[in-house]
Write a new protein. Structure first.
Length: 340
């Protein structure tokens, strides 16, 4: 697919993490222990995706323990997202309401790892494990922000996206762009930069307009590049929540024109990030010890996401037919309910 796509501007260096081999082994064990990946067909697809390589590209400086942690978060987010995007559950908001409420209870709990009684979906028990390993040592304002981003991801995907699918509503480009940063859970992943880098950004930085601009632009670059590379797969699935699709729908572009438009917008957002980055570092030279690794984390996300998208079989057009039969790889136990 890479040769068919317009170039995506990315001036950041290509990096990877030396701890990836260890993380691949860890992911194999963690997904079995939590029950997130059980059937052979789902296991084969999971191994092929190589999420260990992905996290190594987007968190290249993480130590082994933290790389394992963010890899587990990745897998959890991807597998929950697959359930909602590729299967019928993503078209039935009412069917996933209860399991989402259980997840929200885990996030709201004052006691990390606390779970309700009874047999629970694998995604809920895995989330409790992740929450317990991630939040106890984090600052209260980081926990609050991270919890809000995670909850917003869940509610936006299961209400807004699912509602659009159920009603046949095609969102505007403006609405989609604002929602995409939540449905892609990219704010969740950017929050984890602080955990991986061992830094604590004060609320004053998070509220600074230049930081907000840098974060928003980098999130847009990641999400829109994903839309470019997943476009063909999502067309097969009839998915409307893709910026290339919406540009075609609202502007009357053909496929090539829409792809070129989105890639040009990615370039503009990358330049917006670079401007905000320079302004932020100039405004707070005394905080460069904290800002530099945070901004480098955003850079690594933009570069690593692009590199992984170019190579992953998930978006390979030669293999896109795999998505026509999602029941072959979707696990009923992840959300505790069968796909129809």
């Amino acid at each position: 697919m890479e040769s068919e796509l317009p170039d995506i501007y990315c001036p950041f260096p290509q990096l990877t993490n030396p701890n990836v081999p260890h993380t691949r082994v860890h992911l194999e064990e963690w997904t079995r222990d939590t029950g997130l990946v059980h059937r052979d067909s789902a296991r084969a697809r999971f191994v092929q995706a190589d999420f260990g390589a992905f996290v190594g590209m987007v968190y290249p400086t993480a130590d082994s323990k933290n790389l394992d942690l963010v890899a587990d978060w990745f897998v959890w987010l991807f597998l929950v997202d697959d359930q909602l995007d590729d299967g019928h559950l993503g078209r039935s908001p009412e069917r996933v309401r209860d399991v989402v409420e259980m997840m929200r209870d885990v996030i709201r709990s004052d006691t990390p790892g606390t779970l309700p009684e009874g047999e629970l979906p694998a995604a809920v028990t895995a989330l409790a494990d992740l929450w317990e390993r991630t939040t106890p040592m984090a600052a209260p304002h980081w926990r609050a922000r991270f919890g809000w981003h995670l909850t917003t991801y869940l509610t936006t995907t299961t209400t807004w996206e699912a509602g659009n699918r159920a009603s046949g509503t095609v969102p505007s480009e403006e609405t989609y762009i604002a929602k995409r940063r939540h449905t892609g859970a990219i704010h969740v992943c950017m929050d984890l930069i602080e955990i991986v880098a061992g830094i604590e950004a004060p609320e004053s930085i998070h509220n600074d307009p230049r930081f907000i601009t840098a974060l928003e632009a980098s999130c847009n670059v990641v999400c829109w590049a994903n839309d470019v590379y997943s476009y063909e797969k999502e067309q097969v699935l009839g998915e409307i929540h893709n910026l290339v699709h919406l540009v075609r729908h609202h502007r009357g572009h053909d496929e090539r024109q829409a792809l070129e438009h989105v890639c040009a917008e990615i370039t503009a957002e990358t330049e917006r990030f670079l401007t905000a980055e320079a302004e932020l570092l100039s405004a707070y030279p005394q905080l460069s010890w904290m800002l530099r690794p945070y901004l480098d984390g955003m850079r690594s996300w933009m570069r690593g996401n692009l590199d992984w998208s170019r190579q992953t079989p998930r978006y390979n057009p030669a293999d896109v037919s795999q998505y026509k039969e999602p029941q072959e790889y979707l696990e009923a136990r992840v959300l505790g309910m069968a796909q129809d």
